[in-house]
Write a protein that binds this ligand. Sequence first.
Ligand code: DGL
Length: 270
Amino acid sequence: MAVGIFDSGLGGLTVLDAVSRRLPEVPFVYFGDNAHTPYGVRNAEDVYGLTTHAVERMWDEGCDMVILACNTASAAALRRMQESWVPSGKRVLGVFVPLIEALTERQWGDNSPPREVEVKNVALFATPATVSSRAFQRELAFRAIGVDVEAQACGGVVDAIEDGDLILAEALVRSHVDALKRKMPMPQAAVLGCTHYPLMEDIFRDALGPQVKVYSQANLVAESLADYLQRHPGMIGEGQKSVFLTTGDPARVSQRATQFLRRKIEFTAA
Ligand code: DGL
């Protein structure tokens, strides 16, 4: 096994689904830290501790490369991990960059100075920890100028999804979109900056209206991973079959995952 997909819970399955459709021959190790979800209400130190612990477990499972399919971990822990924690020969990548590249119409690895882009008003929906980290705005500023970002911390949505309470999740999404629209009435684009949110994408689209272009990470991350693996085929490794690990209750997590992905998913204890 080589390529790992990590999330605090079920949200990263939206990324797993897209990457396994795009790369059907590649086996993945999925790790959901369901016992500690949500990360979005934790401080950066806590998110760093939990994320490094989980990624270590994924090294033990044979992964050479792990994608943090969790914006909260990408925002609060990734930079510190890359600077001082990731062992040589291993890679940890996040999910912000492919999204921002798409939003700013950049190619992978285009390091030219920031420039004006088409989109001027962006609504960012993310967890409280991602919003307060301002990581999205920081990464965007490396690539684009003149973009106004209004961020909405979507408290409660991840908990409702993890509990399988989609009625509550829908009500919360609608109220967070209303709150965002009071601050920015006419966003051109909306970024679903949490990997749980694609599970509610139809509700976001409906509440935002047809004039708002919605950017969702799963397919963007899948394309960027396919591109990366083409350039670094050694990272694919030798596994045969995907594995799903959880720190939560495997039966309960498998049932929710199967419901969300509409195919049988079986988790085992991490
Ligand atoms: N799905 C995660 C994200 O993309 C984590 C949400 C959470 O645990 O609060 O941010």
